[in-house]
Design a protein around this ligand. Structure first.
Ligand SMILES: Nc1ncnc2c1ncn2[C@@H]1O[C@H](COP(=O)(O)OP(=O)(O)O)[C@@H](O)[C@H]1O
Ligand SMILES: NC(=O)OP(=O)(O)O
Length: 312
């Protein structure tokens, strides 16, 4: 078997900008994504897939709040668990069917996973994780006033609700994920950054937050001894001076260069910033290689022919 790779799938790979997020739309997007993953499985790589859940977790919360007169509102950790279930199912169904079509016998499992956070993480005082649909400024102001939700402008695309996003400290199900991945099973896990839990007298309890999937995927990659971490997003490569006339796409960055560019503010907080920081943290914790690219360049990037590679 070839290398063990954690692949983090960007939120917009499952619900694209402008889509409502119907199940049909999500299946259509997932089935566009699966051939790229199946190619790697066919080549013998051991794959652990993680995914975002911002749009989906916000939608579940909205559904729950809309029915609050009849049915008790769900806490956010339970909504995150629901997104792991629904997205894990949809990805598994699509990937499994594709592998069957290609005559590849491989188990694909989704592991509901909890991720330890610190209840005193400063993130609880300052919500930053955008979830759910986009609103106009007027709609957002009204929601902020009537529902007391924190709302922010999200990367020029409209306004969204934001919830606390504490740092992941430990992937509770890491051993099970490692055993499965090492045995050649394709694992879907740490969806939506994982279900946030905190420790209290040695016991775990659910916490209302949404963890960033790039930070959680980075930690998972270290904890299961992955050979490398791949972060998939909307661009084939990372750039410096992004969007400016002197924009320059990079095929590789040393860890030191990544840190320098990050400090210079080359990577915005709401988009590329967390991906670069997640990569830096993975390498600082002993990881070997990080690749940032888009789905269509995935295979080439793994073969060293595309993407942006960050290494020590
Ligand atoms: N320096 C940069 N290099 C490349 N892309 C960047 C850079 N800064 C911001 N971006 C933008 O950030 C996007 C990735 O962030 P985002 O869309 O929030 O992630 P996700 O794919 O996880 O949903 C890229 O598609 C690109 O449009
Ligand atoms: N939980 C999370 O990081 O989701 P998105 O990638 O959809 O923002």
């Amino acid at each position: 078997m070839k290398e063990k790779i954690v692949i983090a799938i960007g939120g917009n790979a499952i619900i694209s900008e402008g889509q409502k997020g119907t199940v049909e739309e999500q299946y259509a997007n997932i089935s566009k994504m699966c051939p790229y993953i199946a190619d790697l499985i066919e080549d013998g790589y051991r794959i652990i897939l993680t995914h975002g859940n911002g749009p989906q977790v916000g939608n579940i919360l909205l559904q729950s709040e809309a029915a609050k007169d009849r049915i008790p509102v769900l806490p956010i950790d339970v909504c995150v668990a629901e997104t792991q279930g629904q997205l894990g199912y949809m990805i598994k169904q699509s990937l499994d069917n594709l592998l069957r079509e290609r005559g590849i016998k491989k188990d694909v499992v989704s592991v509901l996973s909890r991720v330890l956070v610190d209840e005193n993480d400063p993130a609880f005082k300052e919500p930053t994780k955008p979830i759910g649909p986009f609103y106009s400024k007027e709609e957002a102001d009204k929601i902020a006033k009537t529902k007391n939700h924190a709302m922010v402008e999200d990367s020029g695309r409209g306004y969204r609700r934001v919830v606390p996003s504490p740092r992941p400290l430990d992937i509770i199900e890491q051993s099970a994920v490692k055993i499965l991945a090492d045995s050649g099973t394709i694992v879907i896990t740490v969806g939506g950054g994982g279900i946030p839990v905190a420790e209290n007298n040695g016991m775990l309890k659910g916490i209302e937050a949404v963890i960033d999937k790039d930070y959680a995927s980075s930690l998972l990659a270290n904890q299961i001894d992955a050979d490398f971490l791949v972060i998939l997003t909307g661009v084939p490569q990372v750039a410096i001076n992004f969007g400016k006339p002197n924009q320059k796409f990079l095929s590789k960055m040393s860890l030191e260069e990544a840190k320098k560019y990050y400090e210079e503010g080359q990577f915005p907080k709401g988009s590329m910033g967390p991906k670069i920081e997640a990569g830096i943290e993975y390498l600082d914790r002993g990881g070997k290689k990080v690749i940032i690219t888009s789905l269509d360049y995935l295979k080439d990037a793994i073969e060293g022919k595309a993407g942006t590679v960050i290494m020590k």
